[in-house]
Design a binder for this molecule. Sequence first.
Ligand SMILES: Nc1ncnc2c1ncn2[C@@H]1O[C@H](COP(=O)(O)OP(=O)(O)O)[C@@H](O)[C@H]1O
Ligand SMILES: [Mg+2]
Length: 519
Amino acid sequence: MGGASGPAHIRSPRNEFGWAVQPPTRIRKYWRMKVELKNIRKYYGAVKANDDITFCAEPGTIHGLLGENGAGKSTLMKVLTGFISADAGQILLEGKPVRMNSPAEAVALGVGMLHQDPLDFPALRVLDNLLLGSSARFVPDRAAARRDLLALAAQFDFKLDPDATITSLGLGERQQLEIVRLLWLGVRVLILDEPTTAISAQQKAKLFAALRKLCEQGKTIIFVSHKLEEVEELCHEVTVLARGRVTGQAQQPYSTDKLVRLMFGRSVTLSKRSPVPLGKPVLQLNGLTVSDWRVEVKKLDLEVRAGEVIGLAGLEGSGQRLVLQACAGLRHPTAGKVRICDKDMAGQPYLRYLDAGAAYLPADRLGEGLVAGMTVTEQFALAERSRSFLVDWNASARTAAERIKKYNIKGQPSTHVEALSGGNQQRALLGLLPPQLKLLLMEHPTHGLDIESVEYIWSLLLERTHYGTAILFASADLDELLDRSDRILVFFGGQVTTALEARKTTVEQLGEYIGGKGL
Ligand SMILES: Nc1ncnc2c1ncn2[C@@H]1O[C@H](COP(=O)(O)OP(=O)(O)O)[C@@H](O)[C@H]1O
Ligand SMILES: [Mg+2]
């Protein structure tokens, strides 16, 4: 690592003509560029996206910027590249304060960024895209640019055809083109914001190899990611952000545990649940038979007691959903009985199930759970089944603010629910449930969520079990099923195992049952 100079054609003076804006010579002369951000602040209303962040990346290193979604990483990098301006703070390149009012000015100073959401590429050819950023004061030398493009691409084993149209390129290839373009423009600092989200494993390997090579050439690489394992694999150093602040720094070799603590503010261990004393039967199924056009669950018997957690395992569409819906009053059984707290629910409408204390959380949070277009407050107003026709907006706003706090939702009462991240939508859904539930029915309660949200949501759920709520949940995550349930039912094509005791079941056994062995 750490050679000061790159290969001849990157150092060639001709590349200097690629500057969009001629940078001050005092900055331009540096081939190795240290990046420092001092006390950067950027607020969006009440959201402190960047709250007094100080950050430093050395040339010849790959520096990771790690943090969960919403931590403030993209904001900080947009400040560094002139995309947005900070409310306060200072940017230094090689120790010299600089101002950048646009990405073009940043590139002129040697700082280029690959954005998280790929910017719209114009309907151009690859070569024209390269020339687009070059200074208008020079008539572009197409032949030279073509040679540069091919040479740069070959250096990183990128296969870019100068005459291909951009629209014909996949995301990975566009990314490669953008790297080549920024290098051609002479950047010394290359920032990649979540670059692996939409590319193949093969493209990722190529990208990582390219970044290592650039780092050896003395470039400063800033790799932004929420993926721990990628940062651990690639970066020499890492700065961790959480809630708009730097929570710590670390160097190779990393302690994963420490990084997790820095990302989430507390160490998350997937703890086995400590069982709560069980109460009276809350749910009784006797010979429950329920079906759709695909699958039929026949004569299921089950008794679930207050505080108990039952996991429903199985491939998608094996009957778990039918049972959950039958217990919620959303689907009529063809035979058998559902009793909730000793009440026979036969033929009762959905609202009677709600009155009996049953609630159902669907898998599709935005499709079936929350109403897109509504704010968090409106959502709470909708959920209050008030007798009055008039909505008490003040009360709803108060409830919303209270629940946002209690459920640790990152958003405002006025935030539209679709703008919340998945984890926060799920927290909002849990916040919408009435406090005194007897029976909570859920499909994939933590699907697609980050580990901190998973832990948090389970802590909320298990808190409910202490107050006597029984939980039935379907999941495709074997560890989640084993760690959170008291008992597990495995579904296979409508057949159901007898309840397995979670504590005595191994992942392998569970996997075999799910695959239909031993049924
Ligand atoms: N243009 C914006 N307007 C309002 N809020 C924003 C804007 N950009 C980012 N935020 C908020 O700032 C916080 C940090 O966002 P971001 O920097 O994108 O985080 P990350 O990249 O780490 O996921 C989030 O809460 C986000 O909702
Ligand atoms: Mg981001």
